[in-house]
Write a new protein. Structure first.
Length: 110
């Protein structure tokens, strides 16, 4: 139901419902997303939609590179950054996402 991008919901849910520290919640969110990613790839392959995805190789390459670099830097900083600023950053990201969704005009089915 959430898809891979459900991290915006998964991380706060883990923090609020299970009282887990934000650093661990981020790691748990990644672990939880793995089966979703594998199932999505399986479904895309069965529906023969991977060709559409392959057309976006350049975009995927840039996004993957950014993700790898961000994960590397984040893992190095994890021991030096306290959880307090991470809660503020997550809250800001969630607020900005909520504002963007509130301004989004759904497409009409004409």
């Amino acid at each position: 139901m959430l898809g891979v991008a459900g991290g915006e919901l998964i991380i706060p849910t883990i923090i609020l419902l299970f009282a887990v520290d934000i650093k661990l919640a981020g790691s748990l969110s990644l672990a939880i997303s793995m089966p979703t990613i594998m199932m999505g790839l399986f479904k895309y392959k069965n529906q023969q939609r991977l060709n559409q995805v392959k057309l976006e190789r350049g975009f995927i390459g840039w996004m993957a590179s950014g993700s790898i670099l961000g994960a590397f830097i984040g893992s190095r900083l994890l021991g030096y950054v306290s959880s307090s600023p991470l809660y503020s950053i997550l809250g800001t990201i969630l607020l900005l996402s909520a504002l963007k969704l509130a301004r989004h005009k759904p497409a009409t089915l004409d």
